[in-house]
Design a protein around this ligand. Structure first.
Ligand code: NAG
Length: 189
């Protein structure tokens, strides 16, 4: 059984995107909208905050609004080991930046790997995989942003996080659940 701290998986929303492009091409913030550069930078930094190893409180204060809300039914299920509480399944999972920092500063190393990044004017979403064994875990995170206040080193801040992942595979990897063996036959059509 993988050693497991409930709070350590609170933000399972992350990855290694160190390979993502970080060059700015000088076209500004895209008329107030996210650009490929700012969207990828946002995901890159969000992952730093949530993968355990690279957590940095100054980065969290610059990147995340004070009133951020992070909602994840699957993370709640993981923390609850498949029960309905104590973390509410409908959220919020983390109610503000203070809670975000408390949870993520205690995050265990989690080797998230990005699969795709998409963005609109003010929303970034990315797919990821956590290559745990025996069951790799897929997930999707949505980051809603707002323009950052003057003086912030980033043009956008994250105000809302929605992230879901394959919590059953995660709980199997943690040793909390054992799959039925042999698998049941497929349903009859
Ligand atoms: C953050 O949320 C928690 C739980 O609702 C609350 O107790 C705490 O006072 C909040 N902190 C701030 C700085 O808003």
């Amino acid at each position: 059984m993988r050693s497991f701290n409930a709070i350590a998986v609170v933000s399972v929303l992350a990855t290694y995107v160190s390979a993502l492009p970080t060059l700015s091409f000088g076209f500004g913030a895209g008329n107030g909208c996210l650009t490929k550069h700012t969207a990828h930078e946002l995901v890159n930094n969000f992952i730093k905050l949530t993968n355990g190893d690279a957590f940095n409180e100054d980065l969290a204060r610059a990147l995340i609004t004070e009133d951020v809300v992070d909602t994840s039914g699957s993370v709640a299920s993981i923390i609850n080991s498949g029960n309905t509480g104590p973390v509410p399944l409908l959220g919020p999972t983390l109610a503000n930046r203070t809670e975000f920092i408390a949870a993520n500063s205690a995050q265990a190393t989690t080797p998230y790997q990005p699969l795709n990044i998409y963005w609109t004017c003010d929303v970034v979403t990315f797919r990821f995989v956590i290559p745990f064994e025996p069951q790799p875990v897929l997930g999707i995170t949505i980051l809603e942003t707002v323009p950052a206040p003057k003086g912030c080193r980033f043009p956008f801040q994250i105000k809302q996080v929605f992230g879901e992942l394959n919590s059953f595979a995660f709980l199997v990897d943690l040793g909390v659940y054992e799959p039925i063996d042999p698998p049941p036959p497929p349903p009859q059509k």
